[in-house]
Each structure stands twice: as C-alpha cells, then as structure tokens.
Design a protein around this ligand. Structure first.
Ligand code: C2E
Ligand code: MG
Ligand code: MG
Ligand code: MG
Length: 285
C-alpha cells in the first residue's frame, strides 16, 4: 500500500517535472523570439528626493509585451532567462535601450539599470557597458548599475575587479534590495557601493512594525557612517515618507512618487522635471 502510494507520488512528481521542463523550454523559445521581434520594453520609475519630491533619476524595469498574455513583468521570465543564458542578450538589450533613452533626458537625471548575476559574470560585461555608453553618448556618471546580493556570493575577486572597472569608467554601482538577503552587511564590507537601496519589505511596514523601523533607522546610520547614500524602496504612503525624512533618508522610490511608466509617458515628465529649478539640476552626492 505504502509502496504503491510512493510509486504514484513518484510518477506524479515525474510528470510534473516534465511539464515544468516543457514550460521552461517553451518559454525560452518565446523569449528568443521576443528579442528578435523587439517585444521587450523598459518602463521607468522615478527616484525622488523625500524633501520636495524632485526627481533625481529613473530606474529602468523590463516588461515583455507578450502576444497573447499581455504585458508581463520580470518575475514571469527573468528566472528562466537566467537559467537558459538568454539573460545575456536580454541584458545587453536593456543596457543599450536604457542608455539610449536616458541620453535624451535632462542631463541631471540618472538612469538605474538592474543587472543579474549571470550577466555580471560574463567576461565582457564591462566592455558591454562601455559600448552602451559610447553608442548612446550618455555620460557615464549618469548610469547606475543595480546589483543584488545574488551577484555577491560567487567570485568575490571577479566582482571586485568588475566594480573597479566600472568605477574607472565613471559608472556608479548600487546595492539593490538591501536587507532582503542574509549577507547584506558582509556585502557592504566587501564591495565599494555608491548607494544602498533598502528593500521595500522594511519600508512597507515602517511605523507599524518596530523591527522594521529599527532596521531602517540603523541602516540609515550605517549609510551615514560609511558615507554611502541610502534610498528607500517601496515608499507608498505619506506617513512612510515623513518617517524616512525624519530619520535622515534623502531619497525614495515607490508608488507614492510614481509607478513605472513607458518611455513615451515619461518624455513629457522628464522634460517637466528638467524645467524645474532646485535640487534636480545638480546630481546629489
Ligand atoms: P527591483 O530592482 O527591486 O525593482 C523594484 C520593483 O518593485 C519593481 O518591480 C517595481 O515595479 C516594484 N515597486 C516599485 N515601487 C513599489 C511600491 O511602492 N510597492 C510595490 N509593491 N512595488 C513597488 P518589477 O518591475 O516587477 O521588477 C521586479 C524585479 O525584477 C526587480 O526588482 C529586478 O530585480 C528585476 N528586474 C527588473 N528589470 C530588470 C532588468 O532589466 N534586468 C534584470 N536582470 N532584472 C530586472
Ligand atoms: Mg532594482
Ligand atoms: Mg529592489
Ligand atoms: Mg527586487
């Protein structure tokens, strides 16, 4: 009886694995076709000063205009792209598209681009960044590469070399999703980041959850002690914005300030931002 049940369970498991495998290969083929047919697009979300809402830059977030499933977010396909290696070509496309788009904005605005571990480990990654800068004419200081902890677990020496090369180019590097992983503190000790982005998990519960509040406060202290600016992700409420500002956080990103929007919608906004006097016109430290 038990043996029979175990047998059934294994057969079911095998079938599910086959299905998952098939789904993944189908998705991989669709991703390849999407690249070839230009079905990816970048949406841009503002990063703003908490004090007056002035926009300092935008984060590029990939979307896939799927022929039948509608507009898909990265969670639906970046994982498979990583596992199949397609992330390399997709990542190159993202870099070029983001730099090209940002080159047309007010020069005070930064562009933040997410880079995944597999992309970063390519031997020609820095060259690709350089190519995107040259092709677009974007000033290197305006480009910020966002890395998550997942990029920091493998080859420390290699990552340090990549970061040093990016710095030589003049490109900045931000640590994304700070606090979401297990080794965020060690990462700050091991690598020279230009910015810390506190994971939105802590920001969403700011004020209601004492743990989150304490962690956010101490991260802001840490940033000050290390001389690294801190940005809060996932700011959704005015109350949250006020707490962050009172705790000494300068910059935020989140639905309170704006959702990610296509470049076309941004064109007007970036122009308006460019006309604004004050903090926008000078890059923040
Ligand atoms: P991330 O880099 O941490 O990006 C922030 C994510 O939080 C985005 O989700 C954004 O839409 C969402 N978000 C922003 N503000 C709020 C808020 O106030 N509340 C809530 N609930 N969510 C907010 P998205 O666009 O689905 O991207 C998810 C992740 O996919 C990104 O997290 C990033 O790790 C990855 N990703 C996005 N674009 C790219 C890309 O071009 N290349 C690579 N390699 N990864 C990307
Ligand atoms: Mg990011
Ligand atoms: Mg993040
Ligand atoms: Mg994330």
């Amino acid at each position: 009886r038990a043996k029979e049940e175990a047998g059934d369970a294994i057969r079911l498991y095998d079938r599910r694995m086959d299905e998952a495998q098939r789904d993944r290969s189908a998705l991989a083929m669709e991703l390849r076709a999407a690249l070839d047919s230009d079905a990816f697009e970048l949406h841009y979300q503002p990063q703003t000063l908490l004090s007056d809402g002035a926009v300092t830059g935008y984060e590029a977030l990939i979307r896939w205009r799927h022929p039948t499933r509608g507009l898909l977010g990265p969670d639906a396909f970046i994982g498979v792209a990583e596992r199949t290696g397609l992330i390399r070509d997709i990542g190159t496309w993202v870099l070029h598209a983001a730099c090209r788009e940002a080159a047309g904005w007010d020069p005070s605005l930064r562009i933040a681009v997410n880079v995944s571990p597999r992309q970063l480990s390519q031997s020609d990654f820095v060259e690709q960044v350089g190519d995107a800068l040259i092709a677009s004419g974007l000033a290197p200081e305006r480009l910020e590469i966002e890395l998550t902890e997942a990029s920091m677990i493998e080859d420390h020496a290699q990552l340090r070399a990549v970061m040093a090369a990016l710095k030589t180019l003049g490109v900045r590097v931000a640590m994304d999703d700070y606090g979401a992983g297990y080794a965020s503190l060690a990462a700050l000790r091991n690598f020279p980041f230009d910015k810390i982005k506190i994971d939105r998990e802590f920001i969403e519960t700011l004020g209601s959850d004492p743990q989150s509040t304490a962690i956010v406060r101490s991260t802001l202290m840490l940033g000050r002690a290390l001389g690294i600016p801190v940005l809060a992700e996932g700011v959704t409420t005015e109350a949250g914005r006020r707490i962050l500002e009172a705790e000494g956080c300068r910059e935020g990103q989140g639905f309170l300030f704006g959702r990610p929007v296509p470049a076309a919608e941004l064109a007007g906004r970036a122009a308006i931002d460019a006309d604004r006097p004050g903090p926008v016109s000078g890059p923040i430290a």
